[in-house]
Design a protein around this ligand. Sequence first.
Ligand SMILES: Nc1ncnc2c1ncn2[C@@H]1O[C@H](COP(=O)(O)OP(=O)(O)OP(=O)(O)O)[C@@H](O)[C@H]1O
Ligand SMILES: [Mg+2]
Length: 505
Amino acid sequence: MDRRVYGVETEFGLVHRPAAAPEGVAAGPGRGLPPDELARYLFRPVVEFGRSSNIFIPNGSRLYLDVGSHPEYATAECADLLDLIACDRAGEAIMHDLAVWTQERITADGFNGQVYVLKNNVDSAGNSYGSHENYLIPRTTHFRRLSSILLPFLVTRQIIAGAGRVVPSDTEREAHFAFSQRADHMWEGISSATTRSRPIINTRDEPHADAAEHRRLHVIVGDSNMSSTTSLLRYGSTDLVLRMVESGVPVGDFELENPIGAIRHISHDITGQAKVRIRGGDEFTAVEIQRGLLERAQRFVRQHGAHHEHVQEIFELWERALEAVQTGDHSLIDRDIDWAIKKRLVEDVANRQGIGFDHPRLEQIDMAYHDVNPQRGLFHLLRRRGLVNEVITDEQVQQAMVTPPATRAAIRGEFLSTARAYGAECTVDWVHHKLVDRPLETVMLKDPFATEDPRIESLLARLGDPSTQLRELSLAERQQQSASVALSDRYVLAGPAAAAEPPLI
Ligand SMILES: Nc1ncnc2c1ncn2[C@@H]1O[C@H](COP(=O)(O)OP(=O)(O)OP(=O)(O)O)[C@@H](O)[C@H]1O
Ligand SMILES: [Mg+2]
């Protein structure tokens, strides 16, 4: 497919660290808040805005708190990679806004200490949470072919897009640095279950589109990325591999004998020399498999043309990342790829402080890299100091907090914002749009690329004439409304309905 819809769902880690009591002072109320209680605090402004802890917001995305303690943000559907990356980063900014609000609130309620929201994939107790990618693919894609090409790509993708991890020593191995956060937590290649067996590709068939035409491919193996450059390579390379799968060209045969054994083996060998066996008995390193796929993708683009403007940038990054792993010269990518950025940071701290690799301080550095707080998080610190390369700007992220991308999400955002301005109760999901008072007129929008729809316009016209009755609020006005600008109303009633009181006779 030359045009694709993408979405990414991120589950965040949430921690409250009570402050140590000053010497000679009783500890007082400094108990740590359990994560589920903290998550409920965090989501209070969400519930206040949408009267539920599972809502769609005006930028078209979804905020969701399940029974556990990992708040989730699912980006709106995007048809452009940079829109996707900005929309994902907007989710981090929203979580940060909510954390600031929570910090003030719990302090007022007598808890001391700090609240942390982490965009990572493992907590200190070893639990894992995900970063799920969604790709629209044609229904005609042959699934067996898809999995035989995509699985080896995804198993080895960690060397170009992993978030990196400080692994403490245990009875079997020394402390070391691994490519991936998620690799040790995947249990199956392909399956329809997400929770029990954690497959790399999930086959649950909910396309959120015309099911006769499309599927939504659900990839749950990825690490959450902090670096926007890494994100571009992660989604961009996967899209290119999918494009080859869909076109039916031969893509070589790297089908792995044991994908789960391979993903772990590769993750824990930062030299990139680990070999994995493919069906038929040959052995390859992850670099060799990735290089095989990269070369085929380059050939494919030479023959069929580039389908978007970032293809050459993606190829350049992809090549450089493989070169870095193969030669061991990680400085080639230590401003661009999360694992290499983090590895450099961890090594700098270890050298400066003269500590060994299994010092607990380094695990803290690993976590702090993923702190979404732009003043405190270590990725953000490097960003401020100009030590990492970004592909999006802060302005684009700000914009993405309130503005949906140019897909069906734009219709959803407009529908939500207009209905709210008129005080009309409405419900939406990825496909449906309903005014609660008019349940029989629910509009189903199966085309994720659509940016306008006359049925929605006429449904909204029942509420009034937005062009004369609604006024669009400025960003500054919206910032006053709630803990996060993403949870604010775009319009207010400004027409006759909001006119001054009728004169007294
Ligand atoms: N047709 C589509 N093709 C690809 N991605 C889509 C499509 N429609 C929606 N998406 C994206 O899929 C993601 C869906 O996230 P959501 O968390 O709601 O779904 P889910 O994982 O199926 O459900 P749950 O998390 O409740 O199990 C979003 O990021 C959204 O942008
Ligand atoms: Mg989800």
